[in-house]
Design a protein around this ligand. Structure first.
Ligand code: GTP
Length: 254
């Protein structure tokens, strides 16, 4: 297929018993360098935490198929470089035909939270409408410490998410929870026998994020034609001036 990239799903979310028809949605993952975007998308799509992720150059693509009420929803996750020098030439391309945005910050690195308005502004400059679903993801909650200074609190994040009409999740790509929605680190509280104990930090499962994004997009009527797909593979056009670095990695040659 000329100028296009084909992917097959690499995670067990794709099942041969699912209906062949699927809808494909482009989800971009943005945020400062080092917040964990690559690890998160890897966890979303491959179900594992990469050993040594390199800084993303340009953009990486990964896919995950989710079954929502019997419908196959394919999420095409665009993991973008956080470093300005690795992303400049690609910006306009990855903001094209976007269906949802994941804004990622590191809960243990407040500077990455303070950097979020710049990412919101970049979305605005690239004409991303307010109708595009936005999700705010606080990463690395496994590193939270009780009463630790210099961390982004859930309250701060909630305020930001409400102001910007985003759905908030806090999670860890490294230590994902299997099913429950509250665990991880600990903070002050009251335990058995009235002794002070620590309340669990909030932690969303990685799976709950994937499902929420897919379910939200499934309800979305806006479906550009080029992202419709059938069967287990999907394809999309890569501009002629781009060349692959390796499977799933693209960078601008200019
Ligand atoms: N403890 C912990 N470390 C994490 C987690 N997610 C990512 N990391 C670490 O954070 C570092 C940066 O992760 P990346 O996923 O490469 O960050 P990125 O946002 O993709 O960075 P750029 O590609 O430069 O934009 C790596 O050393 C990861 O091992 C997490 O959930 N918990």
């Amino acid at each position: 297929m000329e100028s296009s990239l084909e992917f097959s799903n690499s995670f067990s979310g794709a099942s041969s018993s699912l209906p062949a028809r699927s809808r494909t949605f482009k989800v971009i993952v943005i945020g400062d360098s080092g917040v964990g975007k690559t690890c998160l998308t890897h966890r979303f799509c491959a179900g594992e935490f990469p050993c040594r992720p390199d800084a993303t150059i340009g953009v990486d693509f990964r896919e995950r198929i989710v079954d929502i009420d019997g419908e196959r929803v394919k999420l095409q996750m665009w993991d973008t470089a956080g470093q300005e020098r690795f992303r400049k030439s690609m910006v306009q391309h990855y903001y094209r035909n976007v269906h949802a945005v994941l804004f990622v910050y590191d809960v243990t690195y407040p500077a990455s939270f303070r950097g979020l308005p710049a990412w919101v502004e970049e979305c605005r400059q690239n004409s991303l409408g307010q109708d595009i679903p936005r999700f705010l993801v606080g990463s690395k909650v496994d590193l939270r410490t009780p009463g630790g200074a210099n961390q982004v609190s859930r309250e701060q994040a909630l305020r930001f998410s409400q102001t910007h009409n985003m759905t908030l999740f806090e999670t860890s790509a490294k230590n994902p929870l299997a099913s429950s929605c509250s665990a991880g680190g600990r903070g002050p509280g009251r335990g058995r026998g009235g002794a002070p104990e620590e309340e669990p930090f909030h932690q969303d499962t990685v799976e709950s994020i994937v499902t929420a994004v897919a379910a939200r997009l499934r309800r979305n009527r806006r479906l550009p034609e080029q992202l419709h797909s059938k069967g287990g593979n999907s394809s999309f056009k890569i501009p002629a001036d781009k060349k692959p670095l390796e499977k799933g990695h693209w960078a601008c040659t200019c």
